[in-house]
Write a protein that binds this ligand. Structure first.
Ligand code: DQQ
Length: 565
């Protein structure tokens, strides 16, 4: 009995005291998913299985720097609070000694999940490999066993570069019983998603043509391919449907996750791009325009009939600081993703479950924001908050004219930063700001018009986000395709110590930023609303909440009770 109490005390000290120590670090987040320490990158194989959400992720168990790629594994009932389990895949076999790289999970007929992941050997030559749960009846899927058939897809074809052949998608099945999977790669600099086919998930053959490729992109990492419903927020996993369904093809390249929309004909395995291809013309749809959101992956949540998007959020304060902090990398707040009512793009919104962490609501209504004015939002923990604001523009006709050459939103945001003056805007939020405003991150809008419509520019200005010189302070921007614009522009921002995730126009454009303030830390951080434009705007509604911390704990093995005779 005494030993048992002692054990509980030791565990308490290890977990709680260690936890307190971790959250005391200024940049450690409170409600984003993070392992307790070390390096994390891509989300892998997200899954809803027997009532439990699973997140696997690229993890280095030994250091805050990339290496020893292992599949970390955590489980949750609500995608907010997590329990870390033992690693699912370790790089200990000849075909993955260089790392168990990214991959996905597919549910086989009968309901059994299978991991298909990239193994990198000691030369970092890549092949695709299978792993199965040791006990598929276990909803926690605690142990995984690699297949004796590995590697099941090797880079044997002469035209495939074995150093650039990775990140299999979730597989889908066509009516003839064939499985299809995509693998990212490139041939002669042309980025592509190779398609492989199989009848038994073990023997795979490469299709003659890739599902899609692009000469403008370079290597595709972490491709994703999935159906979205037309005129509905419901998720879909029906790859055979052609009516009321479009398909999203996402690829990670050039530091961003880009997507295109199109139609997939399962009979011929053709993907037909709807309007413009990757980096073609003026349109470049990205999940997030902030430059720190990468290698994302979606899964269909059959429990709530929605499609959910996870992404790796990259640090921006340099390797030496990662080592000092003892960790590197976050996961985004999971986002529900669906096709916009225009059918032209995707919409993203934080999962509703995150709202369970809200407390201390502050509400402001019908407040005029005169030219050059600002005010502080008091009553919340501004370093750990959820803010949802809707701005009203009284007379849209007064918007300034946009120059035809102003086509690059990031350039526009960098040139016309938060302190610059326009007519409608800059107006928005000053986040993680110090008392004297020497540190601040602005997330703001400017509104323009051309002959036919209004154009909403959404920016973040990181130039004053930290007094530290080590930090990447690149600003980013996006056009928010609100059409027709009817007076209101909304901004939802999740603030969590070193991350600011912003959703403009109810999720039509997203910008995530990593910031590392020196002064605006914890209780010293403030939140302001500002307008430096020459025209007044109105806050029709602002709701802000402090956010509680999510519970993310290590797994504690239960000791088996002795069987009483
Ligand atoms: N990260 C993994 C690769 C993937 C890259 C390695 C993308 O599988 O291509 O950690 O961040």
């Amino acid at each position: 009995m005494k030993i048992c109490v002692l054990w509980v005390v030791i565990l308490y000290i290890l977990v709680v005291v260690n936890g307190v120590h971790i959250t005391k670090q200024p940049y450690r987040t409170a409600f984003h998913f993070q392992p307790l320490k070390n390096w994390m990158n891509d989300p892998n194989g997200p899954l809803y299985y027997k009532g439990v959400y699973h997140l696997f992720y690229q993890y280095n168990p030994y250091s805050a720097i990339w290496g020893n790629m292992t599949w970390g594994h955590s489980i949750s009932h609500d995608l907010v609070n997590w329990v870390h389990l033992e690693h699912a895949l370790n790089p200990i076999d000849p075909y993955d000694l260089g790392g168990c790289f990214s991959g996905s999970i597919t549910i086989l007929p009968g309901g059994k999940p299978v991991i298909l992941y990239t193994g990198a050997d000691t030369q970092i030559f890549q092949s695709q490999n299978l792993a199965f749960p040791k006990d598929p009846l276990d909803p926690y899927l605690k142990e995984w066993v690699k297949s004796p058939h590995n590697p099941v897809i090797a880079a044997t074809d002469g035209d495939i570069d074995p150093s650039n052949f990775r990140d299999p998608t979730t597989a889908w099945k066509t009516t003839d019983g064939t499985w299809h999977v995509l693998i990212g790669g490139k041939i002669d600099g042309r980025g592509m998603a190779f398609r492989y086919e199989s009848k038994d998930f073990i023997n795979w053959t490469r299709s003659e043509k890739p599902l899609h490729s692009s000469v403008r992109t370079g290597m595709w990492e972490c491709p994703d391919f999935y159906p979205v419903s037309v005129n509905s927020k419901d998720g879909s996993e029906n790859y055979l449907e052609t009516v009321n369904t479009k398909f999203v093809l996402k690829a990670s390249f050039l530091d961003h996750d880009h997507y295109i929309l199109g139609y997939y004909k399962a009979q011929t395995n053709e993907f037909e791009v709807e309007t413009s291809d990757f980096l073609e013309g003026n349109i470049d749809w990205r999940y997030d325009y902030g430059g720190k959101f990468y290698a994302s992956k979606t899964f269909f949540d059959s429990g709530k009939n929605r499609r959910i998007l996870w992404a790796w959020i990259i640090e921006a304060d340099g390797r030496a600081n990662d080592v000092k902090k003892g960790w590197s990398g976050l996961q985004s707040i999971p986002r529900v993703v669906w096709l916009s009512s225009s059918g032209k793009q995707l919409v993203q919104w934080p999962i509703q479950e995150i709202e369970s962490l809200r407390k201390n609501k502050v509400e402001i209504q019908h407040k005029e924001l005169k030219s050059g004015s600002m005010f502080e939002v008091v009553g919340i923990t501004a370093a750990q908050a959820d803010v949802d604001v809707s701005f009203e523009l009284p007379n849209l006709e007064d918007a300034e004219q946009i120059e035809p050459s102003w086509t690059d939103p990031q350039l526009l945001c960098t040139q016309k930063n938060a302190s610059g003056e326009g007519r409608f805007g800059p107006f928005g939020l000053l986040v993680l700001a110090s008392n004297n405003l020497t540190e601040q991150t602005a997330i703001f809008f400017r509104v323009f018009k051309n002959q036919s419509r209004h154009i909403v520019l959404m920016c973040n200005d990181l130039s004053r986000s930290s007094l530290s010189k080590d930090v990447d302070k690149t600003s980013f921007g996006a056009f928010v395709d609100i059409y027709p614009l009817q007076k209101n522009i909304s901004l939802r921002t999740l603030i969590d110590h070193s991350i600011i995730e912003s959703f403009g126009g109810e999720g039509l454009a997203c910008i995530t930023a990593r910031v590392y303030p020196v002064l605006a830390v914890d209780k010293e951080a403030k939140l302001f609303v500002f307008n430096t434009g020459s025209l007044s705007v109105k806050i029709s509604k602002l709701n802000a909440w402090s956010m509680k911390a999510a519970t993310i704990v290590p797994f504690m093995k239960r000791r088996k009770r002795p069987i009483k005779n």
